[in-house]
Design a binder for this molecule. Structure first.
Ligand code: SAH
Length: 490
């Protein structure tokens, strides 16, 4: 893939976007503390006799605070391990029209894609317009400029480091290597968290006030974080359970197992010397991509959310042993819980140590927008398989997604898809007139056939997505599951 340098404006937008995301992570403890204070205020309003009846609640609030503190400890360690792909110390200033101002206040050049309503990365639902800061930045490509082809693998197996393409290496300085990244790895021993909330004691936060060794972390910290951003951090925590905790096994069996079984069936005698190449667009926290890699494929996950990439980078590259961390993913909702014990239960992760899982050489995660990164000549007829799981409905234009999937597959290559059609940009509250092509399953297949696919297998799979297994509410999807083959051109 050709060299692509960022324009000053693009870089400024990326930095702004990244700061906003880091800021959301850093504000996690304050936002969670605000919730606990709200519970306390409500509790105070109870009649004295009812307070006496529920006298255990103040101790629950104390335990909630301990859990928040331990979750924060994880978040801070994850951020400390993150090497931003940009020089985050730069002074950037983008005015209200999206123009970049240089230090003296001159405008450099204009035109910002001020698109994009934020979307809920947990449910896929569009979320209300509380996210006031211009977005769409998250979709900017932070992979471009790097070679995304597995043939040029840079992941070094000896160092047991998974290549996070262009996430860890500075865009401005391509010579920075993954060794640099390794050096920044924080020893799990230093920051290990036990499953006991009472054992809370740590250096990184002091009553929720973050102090960090990274200058850019301090510079990112702002007050007044849009609620939608804080929600995303909570969603990431739920995604950790889906992908990397024993509790998520049931959901992984529903979603990932059928895909892995299909890959196994379709590539029975795959070569160990020249393993087939598989792309996973919208890879989330990377578990499915890792499983595919362990199955004997050169697998690349593609993901455009920094929220996700910061977290998957930590889990894939910086965690040293299975179950090194314990978090409290379910503390943020008092709704539909069977008991306080359920709500406050610890969840350890990762259930497996990624680097010891038996990945096939060449496993990588590539940050960037699927359309921008893979709609490129170098990708044409490159992949033996494309796997999309809960991804198709993230498109502004699903027809474009399907066209690109077809284009990048080799003749005879397979596309395995599992997911609903909960279009992310449907019912958009955004003032911008954003494109959103919302097709029925029947029409999605019609488009796929037009772009050269033939159906091999089709089923409906019942599954949840980031559900709390002990909640009284479980949203179920009846997800479409198919294997399509790209017909050889005759
Ligand atoms: N496949 C994962 C994640 C599904 S959620 C799983 O099953 O758990 C959809 C993911 O696609 C999100 O992580 C989102 O950030 C990512 N995504 C959405 N649009 C994208 C795009 N255009 N390019 C790359 N990733 C995208």
């Amino acid at each position: 893939m050709g060299e692509r340098r960022y324009s000053k404006l693009e870089e400024a937008l990326e930095i702004k976007s990244l700061r906003r995301i880091i800021n959301a992570y850093l504000n996690y403890p304050d936002a969670a503390e605000a919730d606990v204070r709200r519970y306390e205020r409500s509790f105070k309003k109870l009649l004295p006799a009812d307070k006496a009846l529920l006298s255990h609640l103040p101790s629950k609030f104390r335990r909630l605070r301990q859990c928040i503190s331990l979750n924060t400890q994880f978040i801070i360690s994850m951020l400390q391990a993150f090497e931003p792909p940009f020089d985050m110390s730069q002074d950037i200033d983008i005015d209200e029209h999206g123009n970049l101002k240089n230090v003296s206040g001159d405008h450099l050049h204009t035109e910002v894609s001020s698109s994009s309503q934020e979307r809920d990365i947990c449910t896929g639902q569009p979320v209300s317009a509380t996210g006031s800061i211009v977005s769409g930045l998250e979709s900017s490509n932070f992979c471009s400029g790097n070679d995304v082809t597995p043939s040029s693998q840079k992941s070094s197996n000896e160092k047991k480091e998974i290549n996070m393409e262009n996430l860890c290496n500075s865009v401005a300085d391509k010579s920075s290597t993954s060794e640099h990244h390794t050096e920044s790895c924080i020893s799990g021993d230093d920051v290990n968290v036990t499953g006991d909330p009472a054992s809370c004691c740590h250096d990184s936060t002091d009553n929720g006030n973050v102090t960090s060794p990274h200058d850019w972390m301090d510079r990112s910290l702002e007050l007044n974080v849009p609620l939608v951003d804080v929600d995303k951090v909570r969603c990431i925590i739920r995604n950790i359970v889906r992908d990397w905790a024993a509790e998520g096994q049931k959901e992984r069996d529903q979603c990932y197992k059928p895909i892995l079984t299909e890959l196994n069936r379709i590539f029975p005698g795959r070569s160990k010397e020249r393993p087939p190449c598989c792309l996973v667009p919208g890879a989330g926290l990377g578990r499915l991509a890792l499983e595919i890699s362990c199955l004997g494929f050169i697998c690349q996950g593609n993901e455009f959310s920094y929220y996700m990439m910061i977290c998957s980078n930590f889990i894939l590259n910086h965690i040293q042993v299975a179950n090194e961390w314990t978090i409290y993913p379910w503390i943020h909702s008092n709704c539909n819980t069977l008991s306080d014990r359920d709500q406050l239960r610890p969840v350890s992760f990762p259930d497996i140590h990624a680097a010891s899982a038996g990945i096939t050489e060449g496993f990588s995660m590539c940050g960037g927008d699927f359309v921008e990164v893979y709609n490129d000549e170098s990708q044409e007829a490159f992949w033996d398989a494309v796997v999309t799981c809960f991804f198709l409905d993230t498109a502004h234009n699903i027809v474009e997604y399907i066209e690109i999937i077809s284009k990048i597959l080799k003749s005879g290559g397979v596309w395995i898809n599992l997911g609903p059609l909960l279009y992310h940009f449907a019912d958009s509250y955004s003032p911008d007139d954003e494109m959103s092509i919302e097709l029925s399953l029947e029409d999605v297949k019609k488009v796929a056939f037009h772009y050269g696919f033939e159906l091999e297998m089709e089923k409906i799979i019942e599954t949840t997505y980031t559900a709390n297994p002990r909640s009284m509410m479980q949203n179920r999807y009846f997800a479409a599951f198919w294997t399509m083959k790209k017909k050889p051109v005759t």
